[in-house]
Design a protein around this ligand. Structure first.
Ligand code: C2E
Ligand code: CA
Ligand code: CA
Ligand code: CA
Length: 276
C-alpha cells in the first residue's frame, strides 16, 4: 500500500515534513532525468538450469541524481506513476532495452529475450501497443525477443486487460506475470488473460529447503503452470539449496543473486562474450 496516502487518512498523524519534501524533490528532479541522462539500465540474467545458459535478461531501471542521490526504483517508480512521468520514463526504458538487445544480436551474441517491467499506468494507456510497435520497428528487434512483465495489481477490468494484452500479443511479443502468487487474484488473471509465463515471487523461494509451506506452494505452482502450458521463472534464487529444491520440482528457469545480481551493460557484455 502507499505509505504517503495512508498517513493522510483521518486520525493519522500529520505527514512528516521531511518526507513530503523528499517526495517533492524526487518528482522535481525526475522530471529532467531523461534529458540529463541520469537513468541507466542494469540487466539480470535468466538462466536455464539444465544448461547454465543465459536465455534472457530482465532490465531494471536505476536513477542517480546529484541532488537527491541514488533513489531505488521501489521509491521513484510510484512517484513517477502518480505524477504521470511514468509514460515518458517507461517509453525510454522500452526503447533503450530493445536497442541494446538488438545491438548485442548484431554483435554476434547468442539471441536472448529482454524483459521489461511495465507499470500499471503504462498498461492502461491505450497507445501502448502503438508505441511498442514503433519501438520494435525503429530498433529492428524482432518481437519474439521482447517480453513484458506485468503485475497482478492491474487495476483494470479483466475484459479491458484482455483487449490490451491481445493487441500486444498480436505484435508477437510475450507476456509474463511478475511477482506471481502475491496478489489476491493471481488465479483469476491466469484464467482470464493470455499469459505466456509466470515469475514466482521471491518470497516463496527464500529458504525453500526449510519451509514446508513454501515448498508445497512452489511445487503446486509448477504443476499448475505445466498443465496450463505456461513457462515458469523462479525469482530471487540466492543459494545452492534453493536451486536444488527447484531442480527436484522440475523448474527450468531461475533468476537471482545465486547466478548474478543485476549488472551494468559492460559487465553483462563480458559475461555474454565469455558464454558465446
Ligand atoms: P521486480 O520486477 O520484481 O524485480 C526484481 C527485484 O528483485 C529487483 O529489484 C532485483 O534487483 C531484485 N533481485 C533480483 N534477484 C534477487 C535475489 O536473489 N535476492 C534479492 N533479495 N533480490 C533480488 P530492483 O532492481 O530494486 O527493482 C525493484 C522493483 O522496481 C522491480 O521489482 C520492479 O517492480 C520495479 N522496477 C524496476 N525497474 C523498473 C522499470 O523499468 N519499470 C517499472 N515500471 N518498474 C521497474
Ligand atoms: Ca520484474
Ligand atoms: Ca518480480
Ligand atoms: Ca516486485
Amino acid at each position: 500500500s502507499d505509505g504517503y496516502m495512508d498517513s493522510m487518512q483521518p486520525g493519522a498523524p500529520l505527514i512528516n515534513g521531511a518526507l513530503l519534501q523528499r517526495r517533492m524533490d524526487i518528482e522535481l528532479y525526475l522530471r529532467h532525468a531523461i534529458m540529463k541522462k541520469e537513468f541507466n539500465l542494469v540487466y539480470q540474467p535468466v538462466v536455464d538450469i539444465s544448461t547454465n545458459c543465459v536465455v534472457g535478461l530482465e532490465c531494471l531501471l536505476r536513477w542517480d541524481n546529484d541532488n537527491v542521490g541514488y533513489v531505488p526504483p521501489s521509491e521513484f517508480i510510484a512517484i513517477a506513476e502518480e505524477s504521470g512521468l511514468i509514460h515518458e520514463i517507461g517509453e525510454w526504458v522500452l526503447r533503450e532495452a530493445c536497442r541494446q538487445n538488438r545491438k548485442w544480436q548484431l554483435a554476434g551474441l547468442p539471441p536472448m529475450f529482454v524483459a521489461v517491467n511495465l507499470s500499471r499506468k503504462q498498461f492502461n494507456d491505450c497507445r501502448l501497443s502503438g508505441t511498442i510497435a514503433a519501438i520494435l520497428e525503429e530498433t529492428g528487434l524482432e518481437p519474439k525477443y521482447l517480453e513484458l512483465e506485468i503485475t497482478e495489481s492491474l487495476s483494470v477490468e479483466a475484459r479491458l486487460a484482455a483487449d490490451t494484452l491481445g493487441k500486444l500479443k498480436e505484435l508477437g511479443l510475450r507476456i509474463a506475470m511478475d511477482d506471481f502468487g502475491t496478489g489476491y487474484s493471481s488465479l483469476g488473471y491466469l484464467r482470464d488473460l493470455p499469459m505466456d509465463k509466470i515469475k514466482i515471487d521471491q518470497s516463496f523461494i527464500k529458504g525453500l529447503q526449510h519451509g514446508q509451506v513454501n515448498a508445497i506452494i512452489v511445487s503446486t505452482m509448477l504443476t499448475m503452470a505445466k498443465q496450463l502450458n505456461l513457462a515458469v521463472v523462479a525469482e530471487g534464487v540466492e543459494t545452492e539449496e534453493e536451486l536444488q529444491v527447484l531442480r527436484e520440482y522440475g523448474c527450468c528457469f531461475v533468476q537471482g543473486y545465486y547466478y548474478s545480481k543485476p549488472v551494468e551493460v559492460r559487465h553483462i557484455e563480458e559475461m555474454l562474450y565469455q558464454l558465446a
